[in-house]
Ligand binder design. Structure first.
Ligand SMILES: C[S@@+](CC[C@H](N)C(=O)[O-])C[C@H]1O[C@@H](n2cnc3c(N)ncnc32)[C@H](O)[C@@H]1O
Length: 344
């Protein structure tokens, strides 16, 4: 069976990298086909696991906007015949809406929505159209002259990343990252449910929230007690219950248990303080202290400013770089996201 994903195009590599990481950690076997920027097909998904995989992707992914079951792929000229040949009662209960999305395609979206909707309606018993709150959602994705007819069984919570923006949480401090990037970093760290995830520069708790919401047990520490308290307030607000927060200087961090992943955004000395230590110094001390708190296969996913030479810092400690992405934030800041493993 096949899934079609509509991905964000706000970054050229992260949405796909995040998807690959989730497929890997959730052990979802599939062939990935990138149709064009923004459309990805997951082919050959096991039928008996299809629903489970579908729900995992909907629940976890940050840089993916929609996930749908692919029903059929057809050239635009044959669309009407194809629509008539499908047994829609398998997908539509009570009422439905058809929505068309175009990628590099000249097809008329409104006319196609109306035509496909009309054909489904006249060929299926006992259903009606409901454009405002449809019980069943049919998505047609057009890329050039090809149309992918899909069924949206599970919907991503599109509003989540909007309503959880840092300034909308009860505790705010400048320098927080967006929840979408925080979610992506947690996914890049291959975090599983029940894993122990540590953020030793937890700030307002943005990364902890995203790890907690996908079922991890989260531990956050920060040198500043106001951040520790604020992170706990924000975790409560997000509904994360399995967490611990403490006040610790990362240079003195000693964990009782080794963690499965470290996901963090250390201070760059721009809007968050490095507490008197230079940016190089804080990263260096962090890297040499954190290794002992990580399990053998644990990954470290870290944000850093592009002005910092991470490679030379990694050379000095027992880590190896696996993946790297750069994100231009604004004129004076480009963030680097590094996925780092321990050298065994
Ligand atoms: C960039 S902020 C983290 C932002 C966080 N990701 C968020 O969403 O709010 C960096 C944090 O590191 C903390 N910090 C600075 N020096 C530290 C140290 N030596 N040990 C632990 N935390 C430190 C600061 O108090 C600040 O809250």
């Amino acid at each position: 069976m096949e899934l079609l994903l509509i991905q964000s195009q706000e970054h050229d590599k992260l949405p796909l990298a995040e998807l690959r990481a989730v497929l890997e950690v959730e052990e979802i076997e599939t062939d990935i086909k990138v149709v064009c920027p923004g459309i990805v097909l997951l082919n050959s998904l096991a039928e008996d696991k299809f629903d489970e995989y579908y729900q995992i992707l909907v629940r976890r992914l940050g840089y993916t906007h929609e996930v749908h079951q692919l029903i059929s792929t057809v050239e635009y000229e044959s669309l009407e015949d194809e629509v008539v040949s499908i047994d829609w009662s398998e997908f539509i209960k009570e009422n439905f809406a058809v929505r068309v999305k175009r990628f590099d395609s000249a097809i008329d979206t409104v006319a196609t929505e109306r035509r496909v909707g009309h054909l489904i309606l006249t060929n299926t018993d006992g259903i009606s159209v409901n454009l405002t709150e449809p019980k069943s959602f049919i998505r047609a994705v057009a890329h050039q002259n090809t149309v992918y007819l899909c069924y949206g069984k599970y919907q991503l919570n599109k509003k989540y990343f909007e309503i959880m923006k840092p300034h909308k949480r009860p505790f705010f401090h400048p320098g927080c990252m967006s929840p979408k990037l925080a979610r992506c970093m947690v996914n890049l760290a291959r975090v599983k449910e029940e894993d122990f995830v540590l953020d030793p520069f937890c700030g307002t708790g943005g990364i902890l929230i995203e790890a907690g919401l996908i079922g991890a047990k989260v531990i956050g520490s920060d040198i500043d007690w106001r951040m520790k308290r604020g992170a706990a307030t924000n975790l409560d607000y997000a509904g994360v219950t399995d967490y611990r927060t403490c006040v610790v200087d990362v240079r003195e961090l000693k964990m009782y248990e080794e963690v499965d992943a470290v996901v963090t955004d250390p201070p760059y000395g721009i809007s968050t303080t490095t507490c008197g230590e230079g940016t190089d110094g804080i990263f260096k001390e962090f890297l040499s202290s954190i290794e002992h708190s990580m399990k053998k296969d644990a990954l470290l996913v870290m944000a850093s400013p592009d002005s910092l030479d991470i490679d030379s810092l990694l050379d000095d400690v027992g880590f190896v770089l696996l993946e790297r992405y750069s994100i231009k934030m604004h004129k004076s800041l480009t963030r680097i996201i590094s996925v780092i493993a321990k050298i065994h």
